[in-house]
Design a protein around this ligand. Structure first.
Ligand code: TXA
Ligand code: MG
Length: 308
C-alpha cells in the first residue's frame, strides 16, 4: 500500500474548506505562523481573538494572495502611489501596509478604525491556501497574546493545542520575525513595527526617509510593554556585564554576534528554549546598527524585556 503524502494543492483545498465554513487554521508564513480565519466572517475572527486571548480592540492583518486583491478588491480605498511602489517591490514578502479601509474590511478586523493592515505573505503554502480561498484571511501570530511568536508548527501546537482545527506544517519560518508595518494612511509614511523588510529598504523604495514611530499607541499591541515575551525575565545588558555573569553561570543570549538575519530566524525559538529549560533570568545583549534585521531583533528583545 502506498502512504499518501498530501500535496500543497490538497492541503490548500482542505485549509480553504475549513476557512470557508468559519473554522480556524494555523498557517506558516515566511515571518511567523499565523492563526487564520475568513476576514469577512465576523464570528470566525472573534474566535481568533478568543483563542489568542487578545483584546478585541487590537486590529489584525488581512492576508491575501496578490497585490490586486489587497489594493483593488474592496479591502482598501484611496490607495496611494507609495502603496503600489512598495507592493510591487516587496510582495509577496514580509511587509504590511496600513491603508484607508474599504467596505470588505470589517470593524472586527480593524478594531473600528478607518484603516486596515494588508499583506501578501511569501510562503508557498500560505499562498496556495490564499489562492484556493480567494478572499482575505485575518491572521495574527498564532501564539497566546503577549507570548513569543511561533516559528514552527510545534510552537503552534504547544501554544494553541486543540483550539485550532488544522495546523499546516510548513517547517521553520525563514525570516523569523514579523512583517514590517508601514502606515500609509497619513500625510507621511511611518514604520509602526520594524520587521522582515529593513526600514532602509522601505526608505530606498519610496525615495524618502521613513521614521520609526515608537509611541505606545493601542493601535499596535506589539508596542505594549512585555510583548513577544517568554516566561523567563529578559534583562538587557552590555556585553562586558554578560561576560561577567556568564562566569557565574548566568544564562546569556548574545544577539549582537553573527548575521542579524540569522539571529532573527532563531530569535523566538531561542526565547522559547529558555522557558523549556526552566531559565528564570535571560541576560540579553542587543545587536547594534540598522543592517538587515538588526532593528527588528532589537525591537522584539526590548519589548520582551518590557522596555518597549
Ligand atoms: O508577519 C506578520 O505580520 C505576522 C504573520 C502571521 O503575517 N502577523 C502578525 O500579526 O504579526 P499580529 O496580529 O501578531 O500583529 C499585527 C500588527 C499588530 O501590531 C496590529 O496592531 C497591527 O498589526 N495592525 C493591524 N491593523 C492595523 C491598523 N489598521 N493600523 C495600525 N496597526 C495595525
Ligand atoms: Mg503577534
Amino acid at each position: 500500500m502506498r502512504r499518501s503524502v498530501s500535496s500543497n494543492t490538497e492541503i490548500a483545498a482542505k485549509a480553504s474548506a475549513i476557512l470557508r465554513r468559519g473554522g480556524l487554521v494555523a498557517l506558516p508564513t515566511e515571518t511567523v505562523y499565523g492563526l487564520a480565519a475568513d476576514a469577512e466572517n465576523d464570528d470566525a475572527v472573534r474566535r481568533v481573538f478568543a483563542v489568542k486571548g487578545r483584546p478585541s480592540t487590537h486590529p489584525v492583518i488581512v492576508h491575501v494572495a496578490d497585490a490586486r486583491t489587497a489594493l483593488d478588491a474592496g479591502f482598501a480605498r484611496e490607495v496611494p502611489e507609495a502603496a503600489r511602489l512598495l507592493a510591487a517591490a516587496c510582495w509577496p514578502g514580509p511587509l504590511t501596509l496600513v491603508l484607508r479601509r474599504g467596505a470588505r474590511a470589517h470593524d472586527v478586523v480593524t478594531g473600528g478604525q478607518d484603516t486596515v493592515a494588508l499583506r501578501v505573505p511569501a510562503h508557498p503554502l500560505a499562498l496556495a491556501v490564499l489562492e484556493a480561498f480567494g478572499g482575505g484571511v485575518a491572521a495574527p501570530s498564532a501564539n497566546r497574546f503577549g507570548h513569543a511568536s511561533p516559528t514552527t508548527a510545534a510552537h503552534v501546537r504547544t501554544d494553541l493545542g486543540e483550539d485550532v482545527e488544522l495546523v499546516v506544517d510548513g517547517g521553520a519560518c525563514g525570516i523569523g520575525v514579523e512583517s514590517t508595518i508601514v502606515d500609509l494612511s497619513r500625510e507621511t509614511p511611518v514604520v509602526l513595527r520594524p520587521g522582515g523588510v529593513p526600514r532602509e529598504r522601505v526608505a530606498a523604495i519610496l525615495g524618502r526617509d521613513v521614521p520609526l514611530e515608537t509611541s505606545l499607541s493601542v493601535r499596535v499591541p506589539g508596542s505594549l510593554a512585555t510583548h513577544y515575551a517568554p516566561r523567563a525575565e529578559v534583562r538587557i545588558v552590555e556585553r562586558a556585564e554578560a561576560e561577567e555573569k556568564r562566569k557565574e553561570g548566568g544564562e546569556i543570549f548574545d544577539a549582537g554576534v553573527g548575521d542579524p538575519d540569522v539571529v532573527a530566524r532563531q530569535l523566538y525559538a531561542r526565547l522559547r528554549d529558555a522557558d523549556a529549560r526552566g531559565i528564570d533570568v535571560l541576560l540579553v545583549v542587543l545587536p547594534e546598527g540598522t543592517a538587515g534585521l538588526a532593528e527588528a531583533v532589537r525591537d522584539r528583545l526590548r519589548r520582551a524585556a518590557g522596555m518597549g
